[in-house]
Design a protein around this ligand. Sequence first.
Ligand SMILES: Cc1cc2nc3c(=O)[nH]c(=O)nc-3n(C[C@H](O)[C@H](O)[C@H](O)COP(=O)(O)OP(=O)(O)OC[C@H]3O[C@@H](n4cnc5c(N)ncnc54)[C@H](O)[C@@H]3O)c2cc1C
Length: 439
Amino acid sequence: MSEKLYDVIIVGGRIAGASLAARLGAAGLKVLILEKDTVPGRTVVSCPLLLSSGMQLLDEIGIDESLYAPDNTRFAGVALEMGEYFRTFVEIPDVYGRHFLYGIDRQVLDEALWKNLERFPNVTQLENFSVRELLVDEDGKANGVTGMYKGGESQTFLAEAVIGADGRHSIVARKAGAVVTEEITQYNTAVYYAYWEGVEAYQAQEKEWIQIHSGCNGFSAVVIPASKGLTGVLAQCRHDYFNAPGGVDAWYRDTIHSFPRIAQRLKNAKQVTALSGMKNVGNLFRQAWGNGWALAGDAYHQKDSYDAQGIYDALLGAKILALQLIDWKEGKKDWVTSMQSYNREVYDALHPMFKSTLDRLKREMFTSPSPKMANGLLRWVLTNKKYRERFGLLATRRISPKNWASPGVMLSAILSGAAADFRKKPDQEKWWTLPALQA
Ligand SMILES: Cc1cc2nc3c(=O)[nH]c(=O)nc-3n(C[C@H](O)[C@H](O)[C@H](O)COP(=O)(O)OP(=O)(O)OC[C@H]3O[C@@H](n4cnc5c(N)ncnc54)[C@H](O)[C@@H]3O)c2cc1C
């Protein structure tokens, strides 16, 4: 039993928790960060792409690129294939001096975040400690946690505030009674992935790309090379199409092999990790704070991995929360005022992208275009230069998701696509045509 008083206890030691601890540690707060696993230890379900927007936030907390991308697994952007109709390329624009994205290994990033905290003598890190209870004082204010070490010994820690950065199944959210304030279940998807060795590279236009293959039928696959010669191969489908009578492994194999453009890259490859994933990736926001507690990262907000924004959102939310906690600790604001600001700012920062991701899921995963539509309207829009540039800026969060594809952008894409089709000679080369499949 320990009664040492911390300024803040953070439950969860990965993206949201460790980045929050770094910001609070740098500001001189006395922080205790509790993680139920060892870090990196078990990998959380995540087969990530890391965009320059996230890298910029990692720069801010002193984490160098070489730490999370040791093998320099850079890509120009994403090659998006729409069935056998056409493909298009979304290049990452030059944002903060980086015009590429990384395929990364989550364990490597998590370890870099955790080790970074060793720089702060005022941050105490504890692994293998699972929080079981949120403690509250006689006024109903959260003031600590009780938990258990892996060996079974229990301990209590006290603090002025408790932050739940403990992921989608957050115990802090549950024990505090944080309500779900917004939830959209209509566009949930099932996502499973494994890492493979020996996957063929995807080269086009003299660059290397992350491959996203949409079957235009409610199913898709993504191929993400990461460190150590491993490549993540991910299969996704609408939740209502998920049917795995032979087990999830069989479903995964069948799904990725139903796409010849994925299967051809796996011809000489071997799956080297067990399958990871989930049947129902949720899309929701929870109440952000209460009396003496607050939530960050996936504990606060979850969304589909379709737009690869989870890490950025967790890093950004932690930054917004850190600024408010620092103001509160320095006496510039009381708890309620600082948390109201956190609530407003974090929601404004994350909600537009949440809506944009759901809109894309609705259009691209939950609608199956007719061949006429795919070869016409869809191609005109997705291959349009301006549209692709705007999409790159959206993915790196340089433009607001609220109006990234304005009616003007869409209309001009449709008109110029239709006009180009009309003018083209039949034998003219079309950059968006998919190459022949290997025999
Ligand atoms: C299939 C898939 C693919 C994804 N791909 C991408 C991508 O390409 N790009 C991207 O940016 N995002 C991606 N994401 C999302 C991203 O992984 C999450 O948004 C991110 O991990 C959230 O970080 P977090 O710190 O909030 O939570 P987590 O990373 O889940 O960390 C929570 C931590 O809390 C700990 N914890 C939980 N309970 C307790 C307890 N009781 N006591 C102590 N510790 C506890 C856990 O052990 C864990 O370490 C993907 C997600 C999925 C599911």
